[in-house]
Write a protein that binds this ligand. Structure first.
Ligand code: DO4
Ligand code: MG
Length: 278
């Protein structure tokens, strides 16, 4: 089952039917442990929604949660970053964090910086090399339990990060630097390792880039990432954790204003955003 946050309340998708839930507080809904049972009960007392379009009707599925991200969790990300940081002498750090027991975890966004499905994501005006990063995103409650999954886009300025790894927060955190959606797939079970993550970037009606990876290429388990994130830290409303990218376009590629980014993770859906600059 999937949960959508909308302008007119919370919509539950269950077996191809859409229901408007009696509970409309997103933070209350996310702070549950046994979601599947609770939501099934709620749908029995809910009215069906005759027409629902996730592209036009869904908002970013976030309330008061922080958004965090893991990095260098796929070999492809490690290799691309070693290359871009080579001249700055920072390449070695990426190999070391890829091998180390402690993962790279960084703060990514507050809710107002997050775009929903159909919304705009931004490239920085002081950067000339920008890419989207399509990432499976864990939805975690205040107790540190993974209650579901959504799709995340960790927009990144490669030239700023490549110039100096200490510039990471500027390469990663700015207005509309993150997108989440279209829904939260509620599940306490892990996704299958052969689950595909597909990203397509369309420019002027043509496919400019297409890449694909599988969850089996993620080097660390979701539980391991959550365990590190919750060490000596608390998230009263729960949080989102992007799990890193396994797809990096070739070095000659940079996003342009007007590009459309489509990220698909089959059991969750497709997250679609267009790019704005400045
Ligand atoms: O080390 C910088 C960020 C890495 C990242 O965002 C990723 O691997 O997805
Ligand atoms: Mg990333």
């Amino acid at each position: 089952m999937k949960l959508y946050k909308t302008r007119y309340g919370v919509v539950l998708e269950d077996s191809g039917m859409y229901y408007r839930l009696p509970e409309s507080d997103w933070d209350v809904l996310l702070d549950r442990a046994d979601h599947e049972a609770i939501l099934t009960g709620m749908s029995r007392h809910s009215t069906g929604v005759a027409y629902f379009n996730p592209v036009t009707d869904a908002l970013a599925p976030i309330g008061r949660q922080e958004v965090w991200a893991a990095g260098v969790t796929y070999f492809r990300s490690r290799t691309a970053r070693m290359e871009e940081a080579k001249t700055a002498g920072g390449g070695d750090f990426y190999q070391r964090v890829y091998d180390a027991p402690r993962p790279e975890l960084f703060f990514k966004a507050t809710p107002h910086r997050v775009a929903g499905n159909g919304g705009a994501v931004r490239i920085r005006t002081d950067s000339h090399w920008n890419v989207p990063e399509p990432e499976l995103t864990l939805v975690i409650n205040a107790l540190g339990q993974i209650i579901g999954y959504t799709i995340g886009n960790d927009m990144s300025s490669r030239d700023i990060e490549g110039e100096n790894p200490l510039y990471l927060p500027q390469a990663k955190v700015y207005s509309l630097s993150c997108a989440l959606g279209p829904a939260i797939l509620i599940s306490d079970k892990p996704l299958a390792p052969d689950t595909a993550i597909i990203m397509e970037i369309e420019r002027d009606g043509l496919t400019e880039f297409r890449g694909e990876t599988a969850l089996s290429n993620l080097k660390r388990s979701p539980e391991e990432l959550v365990e590190y994130l919750f060490r000596d830290n608390s998230f009263p409303y729960g949080c989102f954790l992007l799990t890193g990218t396994g797809i990096v376009p070739p070095d000659e590629f940079t996003l342009q204003e007007g590009d459309e980014i489509r990220i698909t993770i089959e059991p969750i859906g497709t997250l679609i955003n267009h790019v704005i600059a400045g």
